[in-house]
Ligand binder design. Structure first.
Ligand code: ADP
Ligand code: ZN
Length: 729
C-alpha cells in the first residue's frame, strides 16, 4: 500500500491559506487523493484551496467531517516543497497558512481546465490596417509568441474587444484554449556560448562542477560590474540544462528582466519562463504549471519565483545579492537570498550569489569558509574601472536650490562635446523631499504615517513614499492658510532634471525614475533608446544603478554622496558604499574609460574615502570589526518584534509588558531592547513600536522568541509581527 495515498473516505489533514493554527480534517474524495494534492475544500459556506498535508487528526465528530470537493488538475506539492515551506515558516516564525499563500500565488489555480480562451499572434495578414489594429499587433509582437486573455490584450493595446475579435476573423490573431499546457521551447546549452577569459573560465568550471555534483553549496561570485559575472553564471545554467535540472535566476528589479531575457535568448537560443508581478495572469498560470512539470527549464524572476513548484531545481542564481529589495517587508517578512540558500540545501542545489559589492553577511560567510568564493578581478575586455574623484562642495560656489556644481557642469559639457553620455545620479524620487510653508514653517506630512509628503510634479501630486497615499498639491498652507507660500526644499530627481534643462539647454535629457513609467514595456523602450544614444544626459535614481548597460556613458556625477551617511541605521555605511560602487560601475563599460565624481561635503568621511580608493577589502574588514564589536549581524543575531495598533499607547504598553517578561530570552543569553518607535513609526494609520532582541550567534533564537511572545496574546486591534534578521538595526 502506498503510504502517500489516501483512499476515498480516509481522513486527511488539509492546510489552507486561512489564518487558522491547525490543519482541517476532511474525507478523501471519490478516487482518493495523494499526499500533497491541491484540493478544493468546503469551509463554512465557502470553497477554499488547500493542500493535503497528512493524515487527519480525527479528534472531531466523524459524522460532521465533510469531504474534499475535488482534486485539482495539477501535480501534487512535492515533499521537498512542503519541507521548504515548513522550515521557512520555522525560520521566519510565520504561520504555515501564510507560507502556503506564497506558494499558491498562481492565479486561477482552482479554475476548471481550459475554461478560458486566449489570443496570440496568427499568420494571417492584417487587412485594412487601422491604428487600433496596429496597436494590437504591436503588443503581440512585443511579447513574441505569448498569449493573453481577451481582456488583457485589449487593455494592453488600449482597444475594445471587438477590435481583437475582428483580427481573429482575418486570421491575424488566433483564438485558442488556455495554454496552460503549452510547454516552453527547449533551451539549447550549446547555442551561443562565448569564449571566456581564463578567469571567467575557471569560475565557470567551478560552478559547473558544483551543479554536476547535485549537492548543496553556495558560492559568492564577486567581480566589478562588467567583469562578466553574468557570462560566468550562465555557464552554470548551461550545465544545469545539460544534466536536466531546472534553474532559477532571481533579479532584484523587474526593470532588469527585459535586458536579461535578451541575453538568455542570445546564449540559449530561446526565452525562458518569466515570473514577476508584471507577467500576465494567463502566462503565470502557464509558468506555474510548466515549472511543476519540469517543462520550464529556466525561470527568470522576482523573489516570489522561489516559491514555484519546481520539479527538480538544481541551481539558484541571486543576482545583485546585496540588494535590499530581496527582503520582503510586507506580509511574510523573509529575505529571498537566505530562503534561496534554505531551499537549495533541501533539494541539493547550487546557489550563486553574484555581486560587485556583496552584503557583509555574505562576505563574512565566504570569509568563514561557509560559502565558496570566486573573484573576477578585472573588467572584461578593454573596459577599465572608472577613475573616481570627489568634488568638495565646500569649495564650489552654487546659488541656493542648485545642485550641479560648476566642476561637474564642465565635466558634463566636455562629454557632450565628444558625443559621450553623462549620468547624474540622485537617490530620491519626486521633485523635492520636503514641502514647507514659508509663512509658518509647516511641513506637509502624510495623514497616515510619520513621513513627509514628497512633491511629484510629474504626477502633479504629493506622494507618501511610506504608504503610497497621494493628495493634490494644495494652493494654501493647510496650517496657516496663507496662499502661495508653499516651497519645495531639497532636490529630487525631477527637480534635478529641471535644473539640468536650464544648465544644459542644448542637451537631450532623459529622466529615469521608477514612478515615471506606466509599464515595464515603456521603461524598457526608454532604456533601449538611451543605450542607443538617444540622450546626452541621463538623470536617474537607483533604478539606473542596477545592471543596465549604457555603452556611451563615460561620466557619472553623484549629486549627493552624503545622502545615505546620515541617520542612525548601522547599515548606512554599507548601503552607501554599495550604491556608490554600483553607480560608478555604470561608467565606461565599453571601450571608453569612465570617470565618477562624487559631490560631497565630507570628503574625509571614512566611507567616502574607501569608495574613492576602491578599497573594498579594507572597507569590509573595518565594517566587520565594528559589527563584531557591537555584536550585531553577521556576528550576532537579531529579531525585531513590531507591534502595531491604531492606539499608540496600547502598542507601547504591550511592548513594555513583553519586555518585562524576558525570561525565555534570558535563558538563552538574549537581551531585549525597547519598546521604541519602529523605524517606520506610523503606517496607514497604525502606530508601530519595535522591540529588538539581540542574541549571540549560535543561539536558537527562533525557539526563544516563540516561547517569549507566546506568553501574551494581543488584543484584536493589536498586530504582532516578527522580523527575523531585520534590515535596519
Ligand atoms: P557583470 O555581470 O559582471 O556586470 P557582464 O556579464 O554583464 O558583467 O559582462 C559585461 C559585458 O561584457 C557584457 O556585455 C558581456 O556580454 C561582455 N562580456 C563579458 N565577458 C565576455 C566574454 N568572455 N566574451 C565576450 N563578451 C563578454
Ligand atoms: Zn503615508
Amino acid at each position: 500500500m502506498d503510504p502517500d495515498f489516501f483512499p476515498e473516505g480516509a481522513l486527511v489533514g488539509v492546510l489552507t491559506a486561512q489564518p487558522l493554527d491547525r490543519l482541517l480534517d476532511y474525507k478523501a474524495p471519490v478516487g482518493g487523493c495523494q499526499l500533497g494534492a491541491f484540493v478544493e475544500v468546503p469551509l463554512g459556506p465557502r470553497k477554499v484551496l488547500g493542500v493535503v498535508w497528512g493524515k487527519g487528526r480525527g479528534d472531531f465528530d466523524i459524522k460532521r467531517v465533510r469531504s474534499v470537493i475535488r482534486v485539482l488538475d495539477v501535480a501534487p506539492m512535492r515533499g521537498e516543497m512542503r519541507d521548504f515551506l515548513r522550515r521557512a515558516a520555522d525560520y521566519t516564525l510565520t504561520p504555515m497558512s501564510a507560507m502556503l499563500r506564497l506558494a499558491t500565488r498562481a492565479p486561477g489555480l482552482g479554475d476548471a481546465p481550459s475554461m478560458r480562451k486566449v489570443y496570440r499572434m496568427g499568420h494571417g495578414n492584417v487587412s485594412r490596417e487601422t491604428e487600433a489594429r496596429g496597436r494590437v499587433m504591436a503588443a503581440l509582437r512585443d511579447y513574441g509568441g505569448l498569449s493573453f486573455t481577451l481582456g488583457e490584450l485589449s487593455d494592453m493595446a488600449g482597444v475594445t474587444t471587438s477590435v481583437v475579435k475582428g483580427l481573429v476573423k482575418q486570421g491575424a490573431v488566433v483564438e485558442e484554449d488556455s495554454p496552460r499546457d503549452l510547454p516552453f521551447a527547449r533551451l539549447d546549452p550549446a547555442y551561443g556560448g562565448k569564449a571566456l577569459t581564463a578567469d571567467q573560465a575557471a569560475g565557470a568550471r567551478a560552478l559547473a562542477s558544483g551543479v554536476r555534483a547535485q549537492k548543496y553549496a553556495t558560492t559568492l561570485l564577486r567581480g566589478v560590474t562588467g567583469s562578466g559575472k553574468t557570462e560566468v553564471y550562465l555557464e552554470a545554467v548551461a550545465e544545469a540544462l545539460k544534466i536536466g535540472r531546472q534553474g532559477l535566476v532571481m533579479l532584484p528589479e523587474i526593470a532588469l528582466t527585459a535586458e536579461f531575457l535578451t541575453r538568455v535568448e542570445a546564449r540559449f537560443g530561446t526565452r525562458p519562463a518569466e515570473w514577476h508581478s508584471g507577467v500576465t495572469m494567463t502566462e503565470r498560470r502557464r509558468v506555474w504549471k510548466m515549472v511543476g512539470e519540469g517543462e520550464a527549464q529556466l525561470v527568470v524572476g522576482a523573489r516570489s519565483a522561489l516559491f514555484l513548484p519546481y520539479r527538480d531545481l538544481g541551481l539558484i542564481i541571486v543576482d545583485e545579492e546585496h540588494d535590499t529589495s530581496y527582503k520582503q517587508e510586507d506580509g511574510v517578512l523573509y529575505n529571498a537570498r537566505d530562503m534561496a540558500v534554505l531551499r537549495a540545501s533541501i533539494c541539493g542545489a547550487q546557489v550563486v550569489l553574484a555581486s560587485a559589492t556583496p552584503s557583509l553577511e555574505t562576505w563574512a560567510n565566504a570569509e568563514a569558509g561557509k560559502y565558496n568564493r570566486i573573484d573576477l578581478a578585472s573588467r572584461y575586455g578593454p573596459a577599465v574601472m572608472p577613475a573616481m574623484r570627489a568634488i568638495d562642495m565646500r569649495d564650489e560656489s552654487l546659488p541656493s536650490n542648485r545642485w550641479i556644481s560648476p566642476t561637474l557642469q564642465r565635466a558634463v559639457e566636455a562629454r557632450r562635446a565628444r558625443g559621450e553620455q553623462s549620468l547624474l545620479f540622485i537617490n530620491r524620487r519626486g521633485y523635492a523631499p520636503v514641502t514647507i510653508c514659508r509663512a509658518c514653517g509647516y511641513q506637509i506630512g502624510c495623514d497616515h504615517c510619520d513621513a513627509r509628503m514628497v512633491e511629484h510634479r510629474f504626477l502633479k501630486r504629493l506622494v507618501c513614499h511610506q504608504c503610497g497615499e497621494t493628495k493634490p498639491m494644495p494652493d494654501v498652507c493647510p496650517s496657516c492658510e496663507v496662499e502661495g507660500k508653499l516651497a519645495a526644499v531639497g532636490p529630487g530627481v525631477e527637480r534635478l532634471s529641471e535644473e539640468a534643462a536650464q544648465v544644459f539647454p542644448e542637451a537631450r535629457i532623459a529622466t529615469l525614475s521608477s514612478d515615471m513609467f506606466g509599464s515595464a514595456r515603456a521603461l524598457k523602450a526608454e532604456i533601449e533608446g538611451i543605450a542607443a544614444g538617444a540622450a546626452d544626459i541621463i538623470i536617474g535614481t537607483q533604478l539606473v544603478a542596477k545592471g543596465h548597460n549604457f555603452p556611451l556613458l563615460t561620466l557619472v556625477g553623484v549629486i549627493d554622496a552624503d545622502l545615505g551617511l546620515q541617520g542612525s541605521d548601522l547599515r548606512a555605511a554599507e548601503r552607501t558604499f554599495q550604491l556608490m560602487r554600483q553607480v560608478a560601475g555604470r561608467a565606461g563599460r565599453a571601450e571608453k574609460r569612465g570617470e565618477t565624481m562624487l559631490q560631497t561635503f565630507q570628503p574625509e568621511h571614512p566611507v567616502i574615502r574607501a569608495i574613492l580608493a576602491g578599497d573594498e577589502e579594507g572597507f569590509w574588514s573595518a565594517e566587520a570589526d565594528g559589527r563584531r564589536h557591537a555584536g550585531v549581524p553577521p556576528y550576532g543575531r537579531l529579531a525585531g518584534i513590531i507591534l502595531s495598533s491604531p492606539d499608540a499607547q496600547e502598542a507601547f504598553d504591550f511592548g513594555m509588558e513583553l519586555a518585562r517578561r524576558d525570561g525565555p530570552l534570558r535563558q538563552v543569553g538574549a537581551q531585549v531592547f525597547g519598546p521604541a518607535p519602529a523605524p517606520i513609526a506610523r503606517v496607514r494609520g497604525r502606530h508601530r513600536v519595535r522591540l529588538l532582541v539581540k542574541a549571540p550567534k549560535g543561539v536558537a533564537l527562533q525557539g526563544a522568541v516563540a516561547a517569549w511572545i507566546a506568553q501574551m496574546s494581543p488584543s484584536n486591534r493589536l498586530r504582532l509581527a516578527v522580523d527575523i534578521d531585520p534590515q535596519t538595526f
